[in-house]
Structures are given as C-alpha cells and as structure tokens.
Design a protein around this ligand. Structure first.
Ligand code: NAD
Length: 497
C-alpha cells in the first residue's frame, strides 16, 4: 500500500480539489515509492490564501515573544525527531544521513534563533527636531507570505523562510519542491504540534508552474520568498515586479575555491572534496570551480584525483556512503550534457564523466564524481551552473588573475580562498564579488545566525538567515507623538524663523 498524503488547508488535512496525485520516488532506488502527494490546482491555492488571511488576522495580534515560544517548541520537536526526519529526508532526497542530519540541525538552530528574535524585533527611538515631540519606528507584520522552496535543503530552506516570517507575525502558504514533499509535510505537522494556530500555516503540494505560480501571482500574497534556479527566479520576479510585491530571491551559483601557491594543500584538498562532491554537488554553495595557482596546480590535481577515485557512491542511508544520487533522471541528463560541452570546449576529462550503474547503483540516478582540468575562463563549463558532481579546474598565474576569474561569472553566492598570506586574505574579502567569502574553509558552511545570500544574479539584494531576514518580513512603521499641545510645523517649514 502506497501512502497517500494530503494538503494542509484551512486547518485540515485535505485531498486536492483536482483529485490528482504524483509519486515521490527515492532517487537511490526508483522502485521505492515513498508516497503519493497532491497534484494541487489553483482552487487549492485560493482556499489556502483565504484561510491564511484569517490566520494572519489572529496571529498578527499575538505578542511576538509568544510567537517566538511556538518556534522554540518547534525546535524542541525537531530535535526530538532529528534521526527519523534525517532518514526520511535521505530517502526522498538522496544525500547521506550525515548531511540530512545537518539539514535538520539547521532547522533546529533557525528555530531557536527565531524564538529569541521574538523578544527583539527592534525599532528605533530617536530625537525629534522639535520640542515636546517623540519620534520612533517599530516593525509591523506584512500579511500572507508565499514560500516556494527547492529540493536540495528540504528542511533548512523552508525554516529559513517560514520561521522569521512567523515570528514577525505573518501567515505562510508553503509549497515545497515536488521532489521533497515528505519533509515539508513533517515540518508542517511539527509546527502544528508546537501550537501554531492552524490557519497561520497552509501547505499546498504540487508542481511549480501551477501551484508555485498561483501563490506568487495571488493578489492577497504581498510578500514572496523564493529559492531555486535563476531561470525560475526570473519568472517569479517578473510577476512580483508587475504586482509591486516584496520579493526575496535566492538563486543559482557558480562558486569557486581559490588555492594560492602558499596554501596548506592538505587543508585545501579536504575543502574542495567536501565543497564539490558533498550533496553530489547539489548545493547552491557547492564548489563548481577550483582556481589554482600554477606553483601547486599539478600537485593538488594529483592529490584530488586520487581521493576522488576513492569516493563511495551509494544509497545515503547505507553506512560508508560518501556521495548519494542526483535528484532525478533529468538532473543526470543535464550533467551528461555538460560533460559533452566540456569535451567540445577542449577541457580535459580527468576523472569520472559518466553515469554510475554498477550493481545496486543501476536502480538510482547516480553519476560519477567528475573533474575537468584545463578549463578555460569564459567557457560554458566554467560559467554555467551544472548542479551536479562536476568540478572544473582552472589554472592561473597570480592572485589577481584568480580574483578576476572568480568574479567573471554572472553569479555571486560563495567563494573560498586558501592562503597563509593575511594581506591577500583581506584583499580577497573585499574584492571577491560574493555574498559570502570563506578563508581557509570550503565554499559551504553557512551558520544560521549570519545573513546568507548572494550578489549579482544569485539574488535580488535580500538575505536569508541572521538578523537581516527579519527586516524583509516586516514593514517599518514610523510614529511621531506631539505632546506640545500646539500645532508645531515641521522643521523644514520653520527653519530660520
Ligand atoms: P527550481 O527553480 O526548479 O524550483 C524551485 C521551486 O520553484 C520548486 O518548488 C518549484 O516547484 C518552483 N517553481 C518552478 N517553476 C515555478 C514557477 N513558474 N513559479 C513559481 N514556482 C515555480 O529549483 P530546484 O531545481 O528545486 O533547485 C535548484 C536550484 O536552486 C539551483 O539553481 C540552486 O543554485 C538554487 N538554490 C539556491 C539557493 C540560494 O540560497 N541561493 C539555495 C538552494 C538552492
């Protein structure tokens, strides 16, 4: 019996109005069907938004510290169920258990951070230009937030968005990626169990072009937070721009690890292995480019190839697995296309380059960890997001050239620099065009209480995580209180009188 899941709309677990479902399949084993999930339609989104508006009216009046208390209980429940959630997440998403545990932990950390923010949400009190007048600002919730998320962090990314949105007093309509609906459903269950009023959260499963687009375009959804590809983000941005919505976009990356001649090569090697092949290269911050200075290039490539050949592919729920499957067959085809692009562009395929189909791997969507050397700056392989286990190695002569190559792409999420030269490290921090730069650490490894996001075509200027996201989910309200008992005209109207 395959389990049939439901949407959570208007305070109830309900079947979709379409009566249709899609299958959620384990990427490590295509024969393992996790469940049937609602293929919802526009009418489901309509009901969800109408209910969320009612939820918002109630929730906005709940004091923010009490809203924070709910999030603290969410954190406790996530912690209690961490192992179980990691297991079901690996089953639907593929990455090894060590990584899905980390994904849940990010949700726990984000919940506890949000709980405390419920006691802050600072405004400002500043001196007025006039006597007997008080001037201050504070923050108000916005309304119903549309939350559209990708497959690669099934827990962390929805929590990055919904927890701050909720602490700020908004209601959420949540559409998880169609590849990872089970984790999304469990998260909503936990939020309800923690005491979130039912109409404050709505869960609508389905495909992006239908459900995602309907949420984004709904006139009663004034704030939208999207994470996904730059191409989808452009569509979301068009709609939100036309409708004057507040929008946060977190999109693609082409992140580089730079290794200079004076680097600790053993450290750099561990960094690139984790950055490039962790999560099978399917992290927005994954290391897709390795920019290496000439003096250490050949040695580092030899060390790297040796270690990559030893990486163990497999089901992420099996002990000893280093690299799980890609999310689905289309992702495999995309990686295959980029291998062809690399070969046509004259890059040297040093290791990998094909599907992995030996034994049990034939059941899933596995691809060999792949390294191209001799990749030219400006080539498609070096410029375009692949989102798979493919690393392009680019040789450079100097730190200046390395920085220029790092900056020569349209994305700007994360970068990493390995050097022992403190002057170059500080130059890199200011000159690399990325939202995040790591020194002597890989391109991945963000912490929940710091702002996360990218520049250029990775984002649109907002950040997730940390303190900044609370500004995104609230409106600044300014109030002046005049207690002079007389009409006081503003300073601009009386200055010099
Ligand atoms: P995707 O763009 O295919 O899908 C993301 C979400 O958008 C899904 O829920 C999907 O159903 C929905 N969607 C699709 N079409 C839509 C439409 N027309 N309107 C509204 N919603 C729509 O991305 P994906 O394959 O799930 O994730 C991979 C991408 O996400 C990569 O590009 C990666 O770099 C990016 N990503 C970025 C960050 C970041 O913080 N910058 C984090 C994780 C992933």
């Amino acid at each position: 019996m395959i389990r049939e899941f439901r949407n959570f709309i208007a305070g109830e677990w309900v079947v979709p109005t379409t009566g249709e479902y899609f299958e959620n399949v384990n990427p490590a084993d295509g024969g393992d069907v996790i469940g049937r999930f609602p293929l919802s339609g526009r009418a489901d989104v309509e009901r969800a938004v109408a209910s969320a508006e009612r939820g918002f009216e109630q929730w906005r009046k709940t004091p923010a510290p009490l809203r924070g208390d709910v999030l603290r209980r969410v954190g406790d429940l996530l912690a209690a169920r961490k192992e179980e959630i990691a297991d079901l997440m690996t089953r639907e998403m593929g990455k090894p258990l060590a990584e899905t545990r980390g994904d849940v932990q990010e949700g726990i950390d984000t919940a506890y951070y949000a709980a405390v923010e419920g006691r802050r949400l600072f405004g400002h009190t500043v001196p007025s230009e006039l006597r007997n007048k008080w001037a201050m600002s504070f923050r108000r919730p916005i309304g119903v937030a549309g939350i559209v998320t990708p497959f690669n962090f099934p827990m962390a990314i929805p929590t990055w968005k919904m927890f701050p949105a909720l602490v700020c007093g908004n209601a959420c309509v949540f559409k998880p990626a169609e590849d990872v609906p089970h984790t999304g459903a469990v998260l909503v269950e936990i939020m309800l169990e923690a005491g979130l009023p039912p109409e404050v959260i709505q869960l609508v499963h389905g495909v992006g072009e239908t459900v995602g687009a309907a949420i984004v375009a709904h006139p009663k959804v004034p704030v939208v937070s999207f994470t996904g590809s730059t191409e989808t983000g452009a569509k979301v941005g068009e709609t939100c721009g036309r409708m004057h919505k507040r929008l946060s976009l977190e999109m693609g990356g082409k992140n580089a690890q730079i290794v200079l001649d004076d680097a600790d090569l053993d450290l750099a090697l561990e960094g690139v292995l984790w950055g490039a092949f962790g999560t099978t290269g399917q992290r927005c911050t994954a290391t897709s480019r390795l920019i290496v200075q000439g003096g250490v290039h050949d040695r580092l490539v030899d060390m790297l190839v040796d270690r990559v050949r030893g990486l163990r592919l497999g089901d992420g729920r099996q002990p000893g697995t280093d690299v799980g499957p890609l999310i689905h067959a289309e992702a495999v085809q995309k990686v295959e296309r980029y291998v062809q692009v690399g070969l046509q562009e004259g890059a040297h395929l040093t290791v990998g380059g094909a599907r992995a189909t030996e034994g049990e791997l034939a059941k899933g969507t596995f691809f060999q960890p792949t390294i191209f050397t001799g990749v030219k700056a400006g080539s498609r392989l070096e410029q375009e997001e692949i989102f798979g286990p493919v690393l392009s190695v680019i040789r450079v002569d100097s730190a200046d050239e390395a920085f220029a190559v790092n900056n020569g792409v349209r994305y700007g999420l994360s970068s990493s620099l390995y050097t022992r030269n403190i002057e170059l490290a500080f130059r890199a921090m200011s000159e690399l065009d990325n939202g995040i730069t790591y020194v002597n650490a890989p391109t991945i490894g963000a912490e929940a209480h710091l702002p996360f996001g990218g520049v250029k075509q990775t984002g649109n200027g907002h950040r997730e995580g940390g303190w900044e996201v609370y500004e995104f989910y609230s409106e600044t309200k300014v109030c002046y209180v005049d207690y002079s008992g007389a009409l006081q005209r503003a300073q601009i109207d009386t200055y010099g009188d």
